[in-house]
Every structure is written in C-alpha cells, then in structure tokens.
Design a protein around this ligand. Structure first.
Ligand code: F6R
Length: 365
C-alpha cells in the first residue's frame, strides 16, 4: 500500500497535490469560492464579530496561518489557542463568535473538549476534519471535510495542507462578503487558489533533491532554529515540529525579529538555521535577520521564491519554491521543510512513520 515508497510519510508528501485537488474541488472554480455546503448565508457570516480557532499540534499551526490570512483579507479578529489550554480557560466567546475546531482525526480529546466548551458558551462551531463521521464531525454545528484521504504516518503532512487550504477558502469568502476586497482582488485570489495543486506538484519536483542533500547536514546537529516573519513564522513552527517529532533533533521556531531578544546568544559556528522568506512586504527585514545570524556563523538554509538572487547570496543553501500569490506561498514553503525532516529522520535511521512516544490519534488527555 506504500505504492513503492519507503514510508507512508513520503507517500503522503507526494500525495499532496491530489489532496489539494480534492479539498478545492467544487469549492473553488472560475466562478469563485463556493462554501454553500456549510449552509451559512451571507447575512449569517457577516454577524460574526470574531473567530476563535481551537486545535492541537499541526492542526493548531494551520490555524495560525488562518489567523494571518483571515485578518489580513477579511479584517475579522481571529484568536488561535491550543485546545489543551483553551479547554481550561474561561474564553470570551458568545453567539457572535465563530469557533473553528481543526482536527485531522476528529477524535483528539482536548479538541473535542474545546468544542464542547464553545457550544456551552453559545458559540457556533465549524469543524475542519478529515474523518467523516468522527466525534468532532458529529458534535460540531457545521463541518468542512478536508478530503486529504487516509493519513497513516504519525507526522501530519497532507492533512496540514488541506487544513490551510480550507482557511484560504474561508478567508477569501469572508473577505468577499464583508467587502474588504474588490472584485478584481477576489478573482485574482480565486485564480491563484485554483493553481495551488499544480504549484504544490512543482514544488515537490524542484525541492526534493535539495532537501535530501541538505538533510545530511542536519543529521549531525542536536539543535537548529527555524525563523520567519508573519505567516512565514507559522510555517517555521510547522517545519520545526516535523523535524522534532521524527528525527528527535531539537528545533526551535522563532519570529525572526525576536532573535535579538534572547536566542541570538545560542547561535554559534555551524548551527543549522532555516529561514522562510516568502513575504514580499517583510523581505528587507528578513534579509537583515539572515545577515544577523550569518555573521555569528550559522549555516543557513533559506526557503525562498524562485529567482531570489539576493537571498541566495546571503545564505549557505537555498531551496526555491515557485512564484505564486504572496498569500499562498507559505503553503508551498512547508513542503521542502517536510522533506528536510523526512530525509533527516531517514538518515538517522529512525522509524519515520511511527516515532517513539507519539500516537496518530490522541484520544486521551
Ligand atoms: C504532528 C501531528 C500532531 C497532530 C495533533 C492533532 O505531525 O501529527 O501534532 O497534528 O496531535 O491531531 P488531530 O489533527 O488529529 O486533532
């Protein structure tokens, strides 16, 4: 069933373009975004004064991308909490809050408890889940299925891409309804969304060898840093989590501008640093953060937009991703980070699909 791949994780990474095709099918076309399946009218959507995302792990990181995109495009405040904290808090939510719970398995105990708390408080719950008929799907008011197909490897890959895609759909739809973008901007975003599967496929093609090569360097280092700004920072978080969980190497993700408030003290000769640089608006800031760590001897791998000669000059290695709409490039940037984690874990000889201490579905607290 591994289809010739050595591990499920690698197979699932390669299935990502198809997973994206499925999650976007019938939900976006040249006519625009269509989320009628959740049964919310424009009037109902407009009444939400805030969005609260509740999830764990990788699903939580997908919510962080959602926050940046929804706030930027639709100007609705979005709060994102890990479910194990949210469930024991006294959240300020009410009937005008849309609570979005995100869970690949649909069975994560903390996320389910968060869902129940939100409903007790009178909020509407929209679930993003991959498993049809799962507990979270059954208990939520509305569901958008991720359609990623079965995910077997413990480390989540294709489910994450579909989660982020659904947040994109929601952001674009909300923005249209709220009138925070004009028709041209809307149609521009829509046509870029349609291209995502093809861009993901190209990203795998152009980045796999490079990620594999660079993994050899990571094998020997116990510590690494992943840096980025704005939603590139959330991609850094997800990339660092992948490395930790399967290669058992410590990786710390940091907002690049925060380095000088502490962690810069840890940068020493040779330490691997991964820099995610896809945000045009923050390009110069990132470049100076890269130079900051380079000056202290770090070995930098950048994930950047194809043709970025300036970043290429400033770092040790660069993994290029195809040019695309700035809002969606983060999604592509995660792919080389998944591959880097995968090949590092393989190089260290670990059981990639079944990392120690971890379970695919965390149904106990
Ligand atoms: C990381 C990973 C975990 C899960 C988390 C939530 O690769 O797989 O962090 O994302 O346990 O699981 P779900 O999405 O099933 O609620």
């Amino acid at each position: 069933e591994k289809n010739g791949y050595e591990h499920y994780m690698l197979k699932e990474i390669h299935e990502q373009p198809d997973a994206l095709r499925r999650v976007l099918a019938n939900r976006v076309s040249t006519q625009g975004v269509n989320l009628d399946e959740i049964g919310l009218t424009a009037e109902e959507l407009k009444k939400y004064s805030q969005i609260q995302v509740v999830a764990c792990g990788t699903a939580y990181y997908s919510g962080m991308v959602g926050k940046y995109i929804i706030e930027e495009l639709a100007r609705i405040p979005v709060k994102v909490d890990v479910a194990s904290e949210f469930r024991y808090s006294n959240p300020i939510i009410d009937k005008d809050t849309l609570v979005i719970v995100v869970s690949q398995s649909g069975e994560t105990a903390d996320t389910l408890a968060g869902l129940r708390l939100a409903r007790e408080k009178g909020a509407e719950v929209l679930a993003l889940t991959n498993v049809v008929g799962s507990t979270i799907a059954r208990e939520a008011d509305r569901v958008l299925y991720l359609k990623a197909g079965p995910e077997i490897a413990v480390a989540s890959t294709k489910a994450y891409l579909t989660m982020v895609s659904v947040f994109y759909l929601l952001a674009v739809q909300f923005a249209k309804i709220k009138g925070t973008i004009n028709d041209d901007e809307y149609m521009g975003l829509v046509s870029d969304l349609i291209r995502l599967p093809e861009l993901a496929s190209e990203t795998i093609k152009v980045s796999e060898e490079k990620a594999k090569e660079k993994a050899r360097y990571f094998i020997d280092y116990d510590n690494s840093f992943y840096i980025g700004r704005n939603f590139d920072y959330t991609i850094a978080l997800e990339g660092a989590l992948k490395l930790k969980e399967i290669s058992y190497l410590h990786a710390e993700a940091y907002p690049a501008g925060e380095l000088k408030h502490g962690p810069l003290a840890l940068i020493e000769e040779g330490i691997p640093v991964v820099a995610v640089v896809t945000r045009r608006s923050l390009y110069d800031k990132m470049l100076s953060n890269i130079k900051e760590v380079k000056a202290r001897g770090a070995n930098i791998t950048a994930v950047a937009i194809a043709g970025d000669a300036e970043v290429e000059k400033a770092v040790d290695d660069v993994i290029f991703i195809p040019e695309c709409n700035e809002f969606f490039s983060g999604l592509l940037a995660v792919i080389p980070l998944q591959l880097l984690a995968y090949y590092t874990a393989v190089g260290r000889g670990f059981d990639v699909d079944q990392p120690r201490n971890l379970a695919k579905s965390v149904t106990v607290e």
